[in-house]
Design a binder for this molecule. Sequence first.
Ligand code: BDR
Ligand code: CA
Length: 330
Amino acid sequence: MNEESRRKIIIDTDPAMGTKGGDPEDCFAIMLAMNSPELEILGITTVQGNVPVERGFSNASYLVKELNQSIPVHTGRPGTFDKERNKKREWLGQREQMEQLTPIRPLEDDDKGAPLFIVETCKENSKEIELVTIGPLTNIAQALEIDPELSKHVNKITMMGGAATVQGNVTPAAEFNIWADPESAANVFKSGIPIRMVPLDVCHKTRFGREQLNTIKENEHPFCQFVQESVDPWLKINPNKNIEDQGLHLYDSLAMALSLFPDLAEYKDAYVTVETKGEFTDGETVCEFNESIMGQIFKPQPNAEIALDIDVNGFNKIFEERVLNFLLNL
Ligand code: BDR
Ligand code: CA
């Protein structure tokens, strides 16, 4: 594939592979992108979420270095978009007790910071960049605050986030990436940027299990041993009680796969708003398909296409070819 025809993306992520006890799955999604000749990754930006932002910055930088890539990595800053919210989510920036496997890269290493990098790169490549967001949306909301015109320059957002017709995973109402910073998510849905939303509804159809990790472990390459050491504690925590045995959902890898091959899913347009004032429902993604009574009357303009079904075998094949086989052949 020639340089010109590759699609340009920026990956915004909260990668925990490298921090024991964090959800390591973002890094599989990043590897999927790195092994996709259809894509040109212009940058990786890190955000507070699965791990405090300094650890995510360190983990992403390690991944890029170990896999011999020359992709710039920029980091967001600790905290959420809204100061009041930050009081409730402060603990996301703490969790110092987690064992760190990758060398800590201080935030001061990055003068520019993720939001400004996003603004500048999207304007330099106007209408060409897709943001693939696989963490909370703080950096994107801050980028929109720096330059409200940014929305005109971004081609699309493919977002792992939300729950459309099923319950949440962090609370019954909310999915983690939206719940971690609901005000940011609300601003992004209001921004006018076309959004492809990849919610729990479809992510729950994916699975990575102990048997796959065992195969990776058989490769003595230091990077595979690192993957094993990072993923093993999360499988033991086994937070996805809807998966049999130990396993994790490939939420972020699915979003990356749908950025690459949108036809792997079926979509329905919706007007999505985010609950920011709910006593029990903060971070809920309220998806109006214009089928409710109010929806039929007022017909709000859709702001997202929502993946509601996927070709599971098609996704598994891509994951196997571009992530598992890549690791097995290191
Ligand atoms: C999302 O939260 C994190 O645990 C995963 O990395 C994914 O992005 C799923 O709710
Ligand atoms: Ca993530």
